[in-house]
Design a protein around this ligand. Structure first.
Ligand SMILES: *Cc1c(COP(=O)(O)O)cnc(C)c1O
Length: 210
């Protein structure tokens, strides 16, 4: 699935991509999504791909079809609480920090099985797979080992828990081809669809560069 990442792009740019046929869009901040979503067609499926703070869990439950960025039991607890109040099921992915980068969010790969096991006790959350944002390396080929590693962590988790996890969310504008070769089921593409973010932020009237 191609997930078009619309962070920083104004609603007309998103509308243009929608008119071209895209239906799955992703935002990385709850606040920005909350402002944008009401201005766009209701048939869009919105995903959250950026870090989720516990105080935004209530909005996240309301706004998103899939939350890619669950990275702690603390945030899972908060999602469960609000999902329960709304009588909703909330599909989630666990975000994994494969390179141990301190600048990035995500679980250490070694703790994924245990966290996934504990999620089994959550009635409202549905674990659908794993997500990662690997280090940015100019040569996309060098990122391949991280994509492969995420696939391995997913299969280890499936085996340990006897479950099937359909999704691997990995690959962005500059490395999605490699991610697809390594088994991505969702690629998250922003600039390759909409153009450079800086330009569009300055000139809000510019449309999507599809
Ligand atoms: C911005 C963002 C993307 C898309 O990045 P591009 O390089 O614009 O394709 C993908 N995933 C996450 C988590 C993002 O924040």
């Amino acid at each position: 699935m191609l997930l078009a990442i619309t962070k920083t792009f104004p609603p007309p740019a998103v509308q243009e991509a929608y008119d071209a046929g895209l239906r799955h869009f992703g935002e990385n901040r709850v606040q920005e999504a909350k402002a944008k979503i009401p201005q766009l067609p209701g048939s869009i499926q919105w995903h959250l791909v950026g870090h989720l703070q516990t105080n935004k869990a209530r909005d996240a439950v309301e706004l998103f079809e899939l939350i890619h960025s669950v990275d702690s039991l603390k945030v899972a607890n908060e999602l469960e609480k609000w999902a329960d109040r709304a009588s909703k099921r909330v599909p989630i992915l666990l975000e994994v920090n494969l390179a141990g980068e301190s600048s990035k969010f995500g679980l250490q790969p070694e703790s994924v099985v245990e966290v996934a096991r504990q999620l089994g006790a959550f009635r409202r959350l549905e674990l659908r797979g794993l997500m990662t944002v690997p280090p940015y390396l100019k040569e996309a080929e060098k990122v391949r080992s991280f994509f492969r590693k995420l696939r391995e962590v997913k299969s280890d988790t499936e085996q340990a828990l006897g479950v099937s996890l359909p999704h691997l969310s990995m690959g962005m504008s500059h490395d999605f081809e490699v991610a697809i070769e390594e088994g991505a089921t969702i690629v998250r593409v922003g600039t390759a669809i909409f153009g450079g973010r800086e330009t569009v932020v300055q000139g809000m009237s510019e449309g999507a560069d599809v």
